[in-house]
Design a protein around this ligand. Structure first.
Ligand code: RRO
Length: 319
């Protein structure tokens, strides 16, 4: 019997199929890396998850060469319009991922995009080579934008570093390579242009915006164990829209847009700003089926006048 936590019908998303870097996707809604644990969800929902998977492709949590414990707790702080995380990339490392996670994720009914991060171009090249030769992996996402590990962010903030990274990585795989950009730099569009010039197949943005919360009872001390963290959720939606638009003006590459998406309308806005796919992240913490809901909602957004009115201008337009 279907789990009541999952919607009982197939997503009504016909007509929104997308070709993304050669991957044929049922609709434009995927997950943001690290925000949906498909292995835990499979344990919770059983095969119902596979029958009605909420995303048209699955992006893994970031994998590094060696295992990592992640940052000390607390790792989350709730905001009025989202949250701040300082998770710090806990993961089993390449060998552990290949042995334990890859077989489970390969059973998902959608293409698998593996997100990787290294503290040097050589580390990233090793990860890309290892995943590039696995049939279970459809594409790679390079995380050069984690706000919670110094080396990751430094790489992604500088066009020259991105150029050098891609020069080292590109020869190691023919699979699509997506570069995940940081909003925490002078010009994400300059970084995107460098990625395009040096062989990236797509870019994704935005990763979280650097932020912090003070400890409520210890004046002067940060709440998060890692000190600062990354802000996500509705608080960053306007930042995502403006950065996607700026990047679209500079590059012809496919773009995965993300940041605070909670509805089909929000997804359509990112598509209108220049994205080809939309990733949902923080919203899936409140609602694990958000991907399906947003994809269905989006299918009803095709005619802007039939979409939910959300601005005075739209309301006026509808008469
Ligand atoms: O694990 C994290 O702390 C983390 C990562 Br890898 C990332 O890319 N973005 C984020 O907000 N947190």
């Amino acid at each position: 019997m279907a789990d009541p936590g999952l919607p009982s019908s197939q997503p009504a998303t016909s007509g929104r199929r997308v070709d993304f870097c050669g991957l044929q996707l049922d609709h434009p809604i995927i997950n943001a890396s690290g925000t949906f644990d498909a292995i835990a969800a499979r344990r919770a929902f059983g095969d119902a998850l596979l029958e009605r998977f909420p995303f048209s492709a699955f992006v893994s949590k970031t994998v590094t060469l060696a295992p990592r414990q992640g940052n000390p707790p607390p790792r989350l702080w709730e905001l009025g319009a989202g949250m701040i995380n300082s998770i710090g990339l806990p993961n089993k490392g390449l060998a552990g991922y290949l042995e334990h996670d890859l077989p489970a994720l390969a059973a998902l009914p959608v293409p698998l995009i593996v997100n990787v991060m290294g503290s040097s171009a050589e580390d990233v090249a090793t990860l890309v080579r290892a995943f590039g030769e696995r049939d279970e992996v459809a594409a790679l996402e390079l995380n050069v934008s984690c706000p919670n590990v110094k080396t990751g962010l430094l790489m992604g903030a500088d066009p020259g570093e991105i150029a050098a990274l891609l020069d080292g990585v590109r020869p190691h795989t023919a699979k699509p390579v997506i570069v995940k950009l940081t909003p925490n730099c002078a010009s994400p569009a300059d970084v995107a242009a460098a990625a395009e010039a040096h062989g990236a197949d797509a870019v994704s943005l935005i990763n979280t915006v650097r932020g912090m919360a003070m400890h409520p009872r210890r004046p002067g001390e940060p709440w998060l164990g890692g000190g600062a963290g990354g802000v996500s959720g509705p608080a960053v939606r306007a930042v995502a829209l403006s950065q996607v638009r700026e990047v679209r003006a500079r590059v012809a590459l496919p773009i995965v847009g993300m940041g605070g998406v909670q509805s089909g309308r929000h997804a359509q806005d990112l598509l209108d700003a220049g994205a080809d796919l939309v990733a949902v992240g923080t919203e899936t913490f409140r609602d694990p089926t958000a991907g399906t809901r947003i994809a269905e909602d989006l299918a009803n957004c095709e005619d802007p006048l039939s979409a939910q009115p959300h601005t005075p201008a739209r309301i006026a337009q509808r008469g």
